[in-house]
Design a protein around this ligand. Structure first.
Ligand SMILES: [Zn+2]
Length: 241
């Protein structure tokens, strides 16, 4: 498995562009489209969902494990963990775990909001039953991976989400160049956000264009015999590095 070309698609499931907006068009319009696309293309992905969104959109979240995807945890609300003290962080993980385990008993993967998770909180993840963490970014230097600090296996995200809304000719070479890329985006990116007061790099090419790009990406990599791994499958490869 480790010698094969592979890619991991991850989706952070939350309200629209937090904390700038509190609308949930991504949940109502974007997420069903993503699930439909993955179903049509017969690929699997990992969805990191906040406890709040899972509570509010339970029938949609049920589709995730039912359709063969991995359900992971993205906190309870979208509050940054580096702005919580240890007890608040523990409570957020407990609350999220309680909701998400109603959908998926084997909840083992985690990604913190804004990819911000203090290293000394990794122990909390262990205590709450998580095995894998994707709260770090390979594109945010300095990036150091230490294998000794915790049993949690950390798998960094390879490229930032807005990158995938650039022309495919720009991001496809980067994806081919990186070994076992882990890409991520959000349901709201597949809804036209051009009229909202969010940063330009957040809203450019949202909606149809983003969905088309993702379809091109999936079809291109399928044609190149890439394997689409969930985060937990991808994390297991780290052992053989
Ligand atoms: Zn997020």
């Amino acid at each position: 498995m480790s010698f094969m070309k592979n890619i991991t698609i991850t989706i952070d499931v939350e309200e629209d562009c937090p904390p700038m907006l509190t609308s949930t068009r991504g949940m109502e319009e974007g997420l069903p489209e993503l699930l439909d696309l993955f179903k049509k293309e017969e690929i699997r992905a990992t969805f990191f969902v906040t406890g709040m969104m899972a509570k509010q959109y339970s029938s949609l979240i049920h589709r995730i494990p039912k359709e063969g995807h991995e359900l992971g945890c993205h906190g309870y609300t979208h509050t940054r963990f580096d702005r919580m003290d240890k007890e608040e962080a523990r409570l957020a993980l407990k609350q999220a775990g309680k909701v998400l385990r109603q959908f998926e008993r084997k909840l083992v993967s985690f990604r913190a909001p804004n990819l911000q998770f203090p290293k000394n909180y990794l122990k909390l993840l262990e205590e709450e039953g998580f095995l894998y963490d994707s709260s770090i970014a390979a594109y945010k230097p300095p990036f150091f991976q230490s294998k000794t600090e915790s049993k949690i296996i950390r798998v960094p995200a390879t490229i930032t989400s807005s990158f995938l809304r650039l022309p495919t000719g720009l991001f496809l070479p980067l994806i081919r160049y990186s070994k076992a890329p882990v890409i991520f985006f959000h349901p709201w990116e597949f809804v036209d956000m051009s009229d909202t007061p969010i940063r330009l790099d957040c809203k450019f090419n949202t909606g149809e264009k983003a969905l088309k790009n993702l379809e091109v990406l999936i079809r291109t990599l399928k044609a190149e015999n890439y394997h689409f791994l969930t985060l937990q499958e991808r994390a297991k490869l780290e052992k053989y590095k």
